[in-house]
Design a protein around this ligand. Sequence first.
Ligand code: CAA
Length: 416
Amino acid sequence: WPKDVGILAMEVYFPAQYVDQTDLEKYNNVEAGKYTVGLGQTHMGFCSVQEDINSLCLTVVQRLMERTQLPWDAVGRLEVGTETIIDKSKAVKTVLMELFQDSGNTDIEGIDTTNACYGGTASLFNAANWMESSYWDGRYALVVCGDIAVYPNGNARPTGGAGAVAMLIGPKAPLALEQGLRGTHMENAYDFYKPNLASEYPMVDGKLSIQCYLRALDRCYTSYRQKIQKQWKQAGIDRPFTLDDLQYMIFHTPFCKMVQKSLARLMFNDFRSSSGDTHALYQGLEAFRELKLEDTYTNKDLDKALLKASLDTFNKKTKASLYLSTHNGNMYTSSLYGCLASLLSHHSAQDLAGSRIGAFSYGSGLAASLFSFRVSQDASPVNFSPPGDTNNLFPGTWYLERVDEMHRRKYARRPI
Ligand code: CAA
């Protein structure tokens, strides 16, 4: 197989317009702090009517190709993960093919993948699998994920957002996917779904969705640990895998507070599988050791004790990854990869070199995986632009120009 298949370059896009969550608290007449402190969100990005999922994805693909200066025929696979469906048949991928037109390159495998926020990760796995298979022809893959997350008026609305990420996938990557290490959990749940095809709003059972997310996290972490411990055993290492073995940990981020609780949950998993007072951090958790697992998802005292015990670990391993999510909100399929970009842009190449970054991807309904990247010794940070405060689109942004009487969409690009 080609060595160290993973992410060579990334491009992130988020809308130029946003709502201040403090203003939204006032407007929705909820208690001050509910969105900003309770959910951990400061701003929420939203798209203008000139943008849709196709324009978001056009922007990130074009910018990534311009920045890397790769010829368009160097791409042999293009995958899109999205749950923002504007056409029940025609894939976003087909629209992106317009960018390849002048190059004459039409030999590009891959199509759209949908399951809530998990489609981007499924696309990443597909691209890596292709590269490690007999079908690989030596060219790069592009993985594109993007979504516009909007909710009806109500308690889910402050957890909206929008954005897209494009990733260039190839061998000898500075962010290599660790082979054989994916812990996956899938089940049938109605926590968040979109049965109403005429509406862009989901149906959400918010409390259930949080439990489903945390349960999936437990299961994925358990199977990830089993797999890595098996690899270690074959290499002669016989000890349990714990959070200490992850230098950084990123999560799908529906809202930031959820991520802080998720990191805490991983510590709880380590604690539950430890045999006693092995770690100073676990001291405040002993009272909860015998709780039935199903009761641990809703126990507020446990929540508090876990947040306290894991605070330093959260600050070290995860907090920096939440920059974009805090300021822009949920980007569904691209949320996890926005966290990755935030993490990379925060830390120096020296900090990151050689480290393992754990990644948890969750898509309601549900599909979830925990996997990891290994950063090469010469990793350099990914650049992306800070949010602007203008009401106009960014220069170089693709936008929806018009929809004709046959519902065909035409796109144009703002000059750079
Ligand atoms: N100051 C500080 N904190 C406050 C506060 C105030 N004035 N008022 C409330 N809070 C706190 C609450 O105590 C609570 O914190 P804890 O959970 O730590 O106790 C937090 O703010 C939220 O308050 P509520 O629980 O009352 O919030 P809610 O029930 O009105 O809505 C929600 C929260 C259910 C998450 C809702 O926003 C929602 O449905 N969101 C969409 C679904 C979602 O994001 N689910 C996450 C998992 S599913 C997933 O990950 C897929 C996906 O992308 C959608």
